[in-house]
Design a binder for this molecule. Sequence first.
Ligand SMILES: Nc1ncnc2c1ncn2[C@@H]1O[C@H](COP(=O)(O)OP(=O)(O)OP(=O)(O)O)[C@@H](O)[C@H]1O
Ligand SMILES: [Mg+2]
Length: 497
Amino acid sequence: MNEKLYKELDWRLRVFDSLSFPTLILKPDRKILSANQIFLQRQGVEMEHIVGKRCYELFYGVHTCPNKVCPFPKVLAEKKGTTVMRRHTTRTGKRIFEDRVFSPILDDEGNVAYILESVRDVTRQKNLELALKETEAFLEKVILGSPIAIVAADRYGHILLMNPAAEDLFGYTNSHAMSHVTAEQLYPAGVAVDIMRRLKAGKGKLPSIKTEIINARSEIIPVELTASIIYEDDEEVATVGIYTDLREKLAVESKLRKTRAQLAQSEKMASMGQLAAGVAHEINNPLTGILFYATLKLEGMTTDDTERADVEAVIDDVKRCKEIVQNLLAYSRQSSPMKDIIQLNDIVEQSMVLIRDPKMFRNVIIKRAYSDEMMLLHVDKNQISQVIINLVINAVSAMNGAGTLTLKTYRDKRFGKAYLEVADTGCGIPVENIDKIFDPFYTTKAPGEGTGLGLSTAYGLVKENRGNIRVKHTDDAGTAFLLEFELYHSPVAPETT
Ligand SMILES: Nc1ncnc2c1ncn2[C@@H]1O[C@H](COP(=O)(O)OP(=O)(O)OP(=O)(O)O)[C@@H](O)[C@H]1O
Ligand SMILES: [Mg+2]
């Protein structure tokens, strides 16, 4: 070899030695030809101890290669470089990840003359990668396990993720939402656009707002929403929405409002009741006197007395006043109930017989829709009859004497309740009057036609009998009042159906 060649070889060896990765030169029979300085340093071996040994003797201290997936034969056969990852634990228990790169060096005929095997320690990167994967898995668990509905969409509105709570709320599966639903479809018209506008105005953050969403069944659901835009290098990549279903909260609030209104109504009724009782008590005695003396006077008159009609008018009006007083006393619960056990259908029928003026029904069709199930009530039947009569008379007068009156009874055994619905096809009650109809003396009838005590008396009597009364529905096609009573359960024999 001439000097030039030596120089070149020397130069190549220096390049090999200066490689920053530990590197071996192997012959096709796997015998070690050489190793660079860093390899010797890392392994803590001398060159003369390793040259001529096979690689697996050095790495594993055995005489046949134990590595079933060693790429050496493949590199030899395919004459192409390849990389494998090797994981091992040092004697001190440290976990090491290595990238082993095998590069064939071909001779002039194109056969593999040597294979360079260099080892790169990628433990740090690998540990970072594992930590990242663990964090990702943890975050995924947090998102998937969260009871709060979370939806992520890309900047074009395609759904990227719907966690199980959001699947429940929206009624889509995650996979269906990802391929068939856009963020815009999750809201009533215009809402998504408005949310995006507010998000942008808030620099990517939307503090909690109350809004509505539309689920897969096209139901509108009230929700509380917070949202944010996710940026990567200042570029908008996704939007995340977090939803809280408000249905239960709103239902509780509305129940609370109703209970408050009922309480206010009861208080109002109680104070009106006291007043009514006082007035009724004071008026009852003089009325009895007037009736007594007017009757006496009438009895003393001849049949052709010209003043007879006047006295008869006085007696009629006084009787009417006494009736009003009786109603007032009933309303203020001054008369104590006499409770019996009676079938609801029977009370309804008996009440219909008691209505004094059958003429008023001449043009009214009466439909009876009685349940034939056993509906025993423990009530004062006279009081409940009075309630039913008041409701029926109101219904007939709302229809101006012509229309359909429906009397329907049914029960709900689960709640232990029996119901009577008195429905008419009359004028209906304007919304603004609904709150007033149970007030004493509230009437829309002409003076002399109604006292406005019918419903307030009914209210008092129903409460006296542990029941409820309310307007079930009303509009210009008619009104239905609903009476609710507790079903009577015999304390000895179980109820038969
Ligand atoms: N079925 C109904 N359809 C439409 N409005 C009704 C009906 N029932 C009651 N109302 C309204 O409620 C008001 C109060 O009823 P309530 O029975 O207390 O008094 P009234 O019928 O006016 O008089 P009274 O019953 O003392 O003769 C009525 O004047 C009417 O405006
Ligand atoms: Mg009435």
